[in-house]
Design a protein around this ligand. Structure first.
Ligand SMILES: [Zn+2]
Length: 272
């Protein structure tokens, strides 16, 4: 079997929400077929770099697999289609979002298999960061293309629109059960000790949940008050992200019947 060496093609889109910018991953087979994981944002530097990697390997881009519909992963689809008209575009559907990136999307489902020159990737539905999120599993090498499921350098955001912390934790456990040997995220470096990393990520979220419950124990509180009681002395610039995190925890507890909200005040347990 040939070695499996994904090529990182940076999307050249650094910014406050993307860090150093997104990683997209190019896979080429000896047959000349190529698959790109994530489409970036359509920056010219990304398209040029993609084109030069393909030329060097005499490869043709056949498929673009998109992990989810956030714009830093999906927006580049139209520019890539214009440059590579033979390529097909694949993601798990998120009606209402996918239309923002008008290419002919073909639907992926949990377990969809994507062939690449005798090798294959399997789509793993991993919601939580977004409802449509899929990771791509290359079983032979134990590599998981993790999209925004994990990040080596910080906590993944669970946005109030489309995020679900309960689903997210289930997705982390699901990935853990695959026993991957490396995770290749869409932001930041590779993660080479997935078991330890995933265990810590799950523990970290449960510790945070405990802090939220403690904050609620002394009576009803706003998201703001819960956040301030947990994140003492956080710099103001990071406060909005902390609010989102606390809100995600509160929503998880509410869905589980362990917290309720009335008039913007959150309380532990269920409504009387
Ligand atoms: Zn995202």
């Amino acid at each position: 079997m040939p070695t499996f060496t994904p090529i990182v093609v940076p999307a050249h889109n650094p910014g406050p929400l993307t860090g150093d910018g997104n990683n997209t991953y190019l896979l080429t087979a000896t047959t000349g077929a190529a698959v790109l994981i994530d489409a970036g944002q359509g920056r010219p530097e990304h398209l040029d770099l993609l084109g030069s990697h393909l030329r060097q390997r005499r490869a043709r881009l056949e498929r673009v697999l998109v992990t989810h519909a956030h714009s830093d992963h999906a927006m580049g689809a139209t520019s890539i289609r214009d440059a590579h008209p033979h390529a097909t575009f694949h993601k798990k559907a998120w009606p209402g979002q996918d239309e923002r990136f008008p290419v002919d999307w073909q639907a992926l489902h949990d377990g969809s298999r994507i062939e690449l020159g005798g090798d294959s990737l399997v789509a793993v539905h991993t919601p939580g960061h977004s409802p449509d999120h899929v990771a791509f599993w290359h079983e032979r090498s134990g590599t998981l293309f993790a999209g925004d499921l994990v990040m080596a350098t910080g906590s993944v955001m669970i946005p109030s629109r489309g995020g679900d912390l309960g689903e997210y934790l289930v997705s982390l456990e699901r990935i853990r059960a695959l026993q991957p040997t490396r995770l290749l995220p869409a932001h930041g470096p590779a993660i080479h000790e997935p078991e330890r990393f995933l265990r810590r990520s799950i523990e970290h979220r449960l510790v945070r949940e405990g802090q939220v419950l403690t904050a609620l124990a002394s009576g009803p509180r706003t998201v703001q008050a819960v956040t301030e009681s947990i994140y003492h002395g956080l710099t103001p610039a990071l406060m909005p992200a902390a609010h989102e995190t606390v809100r995600a925890h509160l929503e998880k507890l509410r869905r589980e019947g362990r917290a309720f909200v009335a008039h913007g005040q959150w309380s532990a347990d269920v409504a009387p």
